[in-house]
Design a protein around this ligand. Sequence first.
Ligand code: GA4
Length: 331
Amino acid sequence: MVVLSQPAALDHCSLIKTCKPTSVFTGIPVIDLRDPEAKTLIVKACEEYGFFKLINHGVPMEFMTRLEAEALRFFNLPQSEKDKAGPPDPFGYGSKRIGQNGDVGWIEYLLLNTNPQVTSLKTLIVFRENPEIFRSAVNDYILAVKRMAFEVLELMADGLKIKPRNVLSSMLRDEKSDSCFRLNHYPPCQELQALSGRNLIGFGEHTDPQIISVLRSNNTSGLQISLRDGTWVSVPPDQTSFFINVGDALQVMTNGRLRSVRHRVMADSLKSRVSMIYFGGPPLNEKIAPLPSLVEKREESLYKEFTWWEYKTSAYKSRLADYRLGLFEKT
Ligand code: GA4
């Protein structure tokens, strides 16, 4: 990311939004996918935090390191080359601007569609440099992560005692599943940090709109989550594990029992952070409503009826930090 090449409208000052220092949280639930108790522990973690760390996940480390190297190879290209894959529509390469509504962060990224039927033209430009290597690194990684996400959602359904157990995972397995994939690069921000005295916001606070997000990062810290009482805590990085986030759609489908986690990323002053996130979403025409078995006889749905398309359209009109579910709650 070349600081000097920024458009005039996006000056340094708009990026200097800092936060109070946060404490490192040692209480993040760690779930072993091979643990016979995993289904119960997953539900417990998603009720309490909407977030957990997954170990023994079965995704080969080589898939992660290969994709990380490919991502860095792309992010290290000259700015003019990277810009050929942007601006994001929402897919493609983006730098500093997040979404369409004025959010900015100390970040550059590639947003890719995981549905091969609608592969965006910009995505193809990303692969142009070294088509086969990059493409296969992305495909191998996504395929393995998807499989693991299906398993997590099936265990979650077991833990919630919902039948059939694939009721959640089938929405991601569907060939029309509206899922996407994001490669983020947070360059070090030593100069700006010196100016402001604190670390910069890489990706501002938000919840993910989808069902589930699966994140893997290199060993640079930066990810923070908001606990139930609103305190922000830092998540210790672990490049061998995945971090799973509950998204807004899953909060609705469980009638608020599982909570979508508010999170943000701070850029590091010295180390670059690379993260890769799979966002598992339902097909556009899917009705997002509490699963019948989770709404007790006299308990009502907390939410109005809507489709994923309606929610997504509304989300893309919002600012990052907005409470997007508010518009869909029953009053
Ligand atoms: C958050 C989760 C995913 O990264 C994303 C983001 C999207 C974007 O970067 O374009 C959004 C954001 C995310 C939520 C609200 C809207 C849309 C930026 C924004 C301000 C790709 C997604 O699906 O929603």
